[in-house]
Structure formats: structure tokens, C-alpha cells
Design a protein around this ligand. Sequence first.
Ligand SMILES: [Zn+2]
Ligand SMILES: [Zn+2]
Length: 83
Amino acid sequence: MSKTGRNDLCTCGSGRKYKKCCESKDRSGGARSTIMMIAVGGALLAALAVGIASFTSERSGGATRVWSTAHGHYHDANGMEIP
Ligand SMILES: [Zn+2]
Ligand SMILES: [Zn+2]
């Protein structure tokens, strides 16, 4: 008696190799770990978004000024003139 190898044809009769077919389904907790990965990824993305938001709001707090040599004064990020 031999166990189904990962490179043997799957026992479900799909004609595909076991490792490409039912192996993930047979392994317990496979789907659960995928959900965990998505949850962690989502949390990471949310944290990143918050970081970017705080960064941009910091910049728009008056730090972004562009010196105009033609006009002889600063322009802010919106192109408004600062006397
Ligand atoms: Zn299968
Ligand atoms: Zn100007």
C-alpha cells in the first residue's frame, strides 16, 4: 500500500497531479490561512493609507511653497500667491 504522492495523478479522477489538484483541499486549515493572509494584507494596506494621509496633510500644512523668481515671491501648492 502506498500513499498518494504529490506528483501522482489525483485520486479524484481529474487527471491532474495531486499537488495541483486536491492537495490544498485535503490539507486542514488551508482556506483559513488564506483568509488570514487577506486580513493581514488588508490591515497592512489600511495602515499604509493612514500613513500616506498623515504625510500629505502634514505637507499641506504650509510647508509646500514654491519660490517664483519671475514674480519675486512664494507661490503655495495650489498656485495661490503669497505676498
Ligand atoms: Zn483532485
Ligand atoms: Zn506670483
